[in-house]
Design a protein around this ligand. Structure first.
Ligand code: A2P
Length: 280
């Protein structure tokens, strides 16, 4: 979308991204991304493990938006940690997306189950490959996802370039304040996946009542709330009307009082996954 955050290396990142987690591969993904690009989204977030990169790539090619207007993110999956395997995985992702460079590449999870006893070393090797891809201009920014402060502290011991982004689960009730504040202090932009709580926040009475006062939907309120907290939301939808709705968040401002009330919400479920005990 029109407005943007600026990463610490000066790269501009359109401030609402289009999420594609749980978007089925094939025509559904192609149509969803085409709809998003037609609605003005210029930032697409995908990952190797979502299994839809070829379809995302097809939509990007078909839409014909100039490459320099687009911001495309992907993520390294858990079975590819390590120096050589990261370089190979990046090549495959770029080829699947049909792109010669990516805008942002993230380590998807800090502690893959298979590398549970050697995650520190694996992340150090992986990050060295990320730094190479960045220096070679194959990716315009590099970052991490689901990293807790202690994972970042470990990475710092060997990193020459610090991550520019940390993408985490974030929605009303799940602000993960400690991670957000730490990441921001370290100069990272925080991105929110599941900014609608994978949809479950949309039935919340308080959010709906508040949204109504602005003439907006609960989804738009959640997206705007993330933005006003300095966090980049990545709402996912495969429904054209919702895709358009989720981009229409620039004509209202949530009051300080309403921000404070939403900030106080609590989600008894907590985060979906424990980054130190991820199942895959
Ligand atoms: P669908 O993709 O079928 O349209 P999150 O971004 O937090 O992961 O939430 C995604 C979920 O919320 C999906 O199930 C999506 O459904 C649903 N969703 C996305 N945008 C809206 C909206 N504006 N109104 C209602 N549901 C939405």
């Amino acid at each position: 979308l029109t407005d943007a955050f600026i990463l610490k290396n000066g790269v501009r990142i359109p401030c609402v991204g289009f999420g594609t987690w749980q978007t089925p591969d094939g025509e559904t993904a192609v149509q969803a991304v085409l709809a998003a690009l037609a609605d003005g989204y210029r930032h697409i977030d995908t990952a190797a493990v979502y299994g839809n990169e070829k379809s995302v790539g097809r939509a990007i090619a078909q839409a014909g938006v100039p490459r320099e207007e687009l911001f495309v993110t992907s993520k390294l999956w858990n079975d590819e940690h390590g120096y050589d395997s990261t370089l190979r995985a990046f090549d495959k992702t770029a080829a699947d997306l049909g792109l010669d460079h990516l805008d942002l590449y993230l380590i998807h999870w800090p502690v893959p189950a298979r590398f549970k006893d050697e995650w520190q070393e694996k992340n150090a090797q992986t990050w060295r490959a990320f730094e190479r891809l960045y220096r070679e201009g194959r990716v315009r920014a590099i970052g991490i996802s689901n990293f807790l402060p202690h994972h970042v502290e470990e990475l710092k011991k060997t990193a020459e370039i610090m991550p520019m982004v940390n993408q985490i689960e974030y929605h009303p009730g799940l602000m993960q304040t400690e991670i957000v504040e730490y990441s921001q202090q370290e100069g990272m932009l925080v991105e929110a996946y599941s900014p609608l709580g994978t949809g479950k926040m949309l039935g919340n009475e308080m959010l709906n009542k508040t949204a109504e006062r602005y003439g907006k939907s609960a989804a738009q309120l959640c997206i705007r709330w993330a933005l006003q907290n300095g966090v980049l939301p990545l709402p996912k939808s495969v429904t054209p009307a919702r895709i358009a709705e989720n981009a229409d968040v620039f004509d209202f401002e949530i009051s300080a009082e309403d921000m404070a009330a939403i900030n106080k919400m609590t989600d008894p479920d907590g985060p979906t996954y424990d980054p130190d005990d991820f199942p895959l």
